[in-house]
Design a protein. Sequence first.
Length: 415
Amino acid sequence: MSRLSASIVGASVVSMSLLACASHKATSHASADADAPEPAPIDWRAEERGEFADYAQLTFPDKYLRAGEQYFSPDAKWIIFQATLRAEADPSDPQAVPYAMYVAKLKWDDQKIVGIEEPIRVSEPGSANTCGWFHPTEPWRILFGSTITPPTEDEHSGYQRARGSYKWAMPHEMEIVSRVVAPIYFADNPKVTNEIVFTREQQTASPIITRPNGYDAECSYSSDARFILFGGQRGGDGAGAEDVDLFVFDTTTNKTTHLVTADGYDGGPFFSPDGKWICYRSDRKGNNLLQLFIAELNYDASGAITGIKREVQLTDNEHVNWAPFWHPSGKFLVYATSEVSHQNYEIYAIEVNPDKPMNQLRKKRITHADGFDGLPAFTPDGKWMIWTSQRGPNTMNDPRPTSQMWVARVLDIAP
């Protein structure tokens, strides 16, 4: 998933822990003359007036040291996200305590998202977690990457940009797990609230895809729930953590198919709305940059995915481009990029047209704030976008505003 496992102090790719030092725009304070006045904060509401409206901040730094990589349930009633409680974390070393996984019910008022109810922790104590996802037809069933128990120190730290302050942590104990969240089921089925429907074991994270010792995460379902798309270390042997490939697991046949086999780190995959394509990002050049790709899937007569029919590259530049996510129309992706600067990631939209030359694809910047913006996702109808941002006020006197979850109504973001 992300994907970056995300929240920037960081940001995470797909579910991982991407630590990104996102502070200010291209004219950064670090590069300015020491005696020069600091630039005025960007008025992001004015800058984004044509793109978004009805903003709501969903998590706050008094409770969460970092929160993010969030996705909607198929009925847009709940979100799943990863976060670190401030009470459990060491502010001087925010990565010392791994992300826990949470679900939370959205608060709606007059057809607007205005907040979340008290989150429910769904991961095991002390475990490292990333890349949550809801089952498309049974939203009380969730997927996420988890070590289940506290991870051991891993000599393979995963992807890290040279001289950069962000990285993707890839514990070799990370597996794709599933569990039932009973409160979601009971909320959708109020007539059975007095019955015990799920066992304790069902409400505990348990592996659903198990491969030999090696990182597996960044998972998501196809729209019919038959397939689980994920990123995993090649061979699953724990070696060469930087070489993550894309796989698909068929829940009908229990068969895992290797999809994208290029050298380097390929990750953050999602199915297109029509299920014919996937999107992802890749570091296959080994230059510590990430580029965006889509690939058309091959299906056989039984409906099983057998591989990749063709791969199409969408970006080829000097930037870190990651966390791509499909708009429900299937006509464009949104993603995070360092195009403004490596000190300030922003969200862009890019046209998806497999038959158009890459340099002719339309592109549009859609966020304009000081600090990190990334890991975007949509409600199934595309009317709301949720993302991880550092645009909030620094109410806790942290070195910079922390990564928290934001949501806004979408006006016009198509490139």
